[in-house]
Design a protein around this ligand. Sequence first.
Ligand SMILES: N[C@@H](CCC(=O)N[C@@H](CS)C(=O)NCC(=O)O)C(=O)O
Length: 200
Amino acid sequence: MALELYIISGSPHAWAVMLGMEIKGLKYTVRRLDPSKKEHKTDAYSTLNPHGKVPTLKHDDTVIYESIAILAYIDQLSPKNSLFGATPKKTGLIWQRVFELTNYLRAPLIDDAARPIFQGRFTDNPAEVREISVNAHTALTWAENILSTSPYLTGNEISAADVVLIPYLNSFLRAAGKPSAKLLGEAFLPLESSFPNLAV
Ligand SMILES: N[C@@H](CCC(=O)N[C@@H](CS)C(=O)NCC(=O)O)C(=O)O
């Protein structure tokens, strides 16, 4: 069985799948696309992913895109370290957390902060930075509170929820450390001081 994963360097959604692959102990080949050459917008790639986004997984004749769908797919390829839980209660909680992350944490951390910073279009208006900072703070406080009572987002074992959270958090922190985001960075860095449970 040949697993090929199409990624763009720095993509948090691709990182989530790569992290999932490691946790599941799966071997795979990385196909890195160069966004400066628009390799993710070619006709050939659009036959794999019509949205022109990464990640996309090719497994022999099967093609899956959307990072969380890929995580669900690879979870069934190996019994090692279940990502989506083995009981109704666990599975329900994991999916609840995954949706909470994509609905309430992704926009403040990635869409409104990390992506504009990396793309060189982050605002330098202090009032706007303040709003972005407050929203990111609210999102991270939600995760911090959960992690103050258990080591992972759904209990004592790592799950798909943590696999989704970790790349969002790391992408946000990497962006917040950039000189162009100094004002934002000051509110979050170092993470050990602002969110100690997220930092471990
Ligand atoms: N919902 C999608 C999001 C994928 C996504 O936004 N990928 C970004 C990289 S993190 C991308 O391909 N960006 C390139 C573009 O939009 O041109 C998923 O979870 O896979």
